[in-house]
Design a protein around this ligand. Structure first.
Ligand code: SF4
Length: 89
């Protein structure tokens, strides 16, 4: 069976607002940004500020459609990945 995976396909659009982080923390009933399965890392080593979206696979156990909805710049998409366990003989 194919598994649905959250992917930051359009990471270059990220503005660093961290609404996605707050959404996953809300779903996990956590306060604050610590230990979130999504982390936004600021990279100012280039002439323009760039944000890297780091995603832990555990996020795929959450409601990832809601994560997509909160992002104002449409960074994410859901891709389908085959479940590798099915191919172990
Ligand atoms: S919600 Fe979207 S724009 Fe905001 S930090 Fe997350 S990925 Fe970046």
């Amino acid at each position: 069976m194919a598994k649905k995976i959250l992917k930051a396909t359009f990471e270059n659009r990220c503005n660093g607002c961290e609404l996605c982080v707050l959404e996953v923390q809300r779903q996990l009933e956590r306060v604050g940004l610590t230990d979130s399965p999504i982390r936004i890392l600021r990279d100012s080593s280039k002439s323009t500020v760039y944000f890297h979206v780091e995603i832990d696979p555990s996020v795929n156990n959450l409601n990832i459609k809601e994560v997509i909805k909160v992002c104002p710049t449409s960074v994410f998409e859901i891709i389908e990945e085959e479940d590798e366990d099915l191919y172990i003989s």
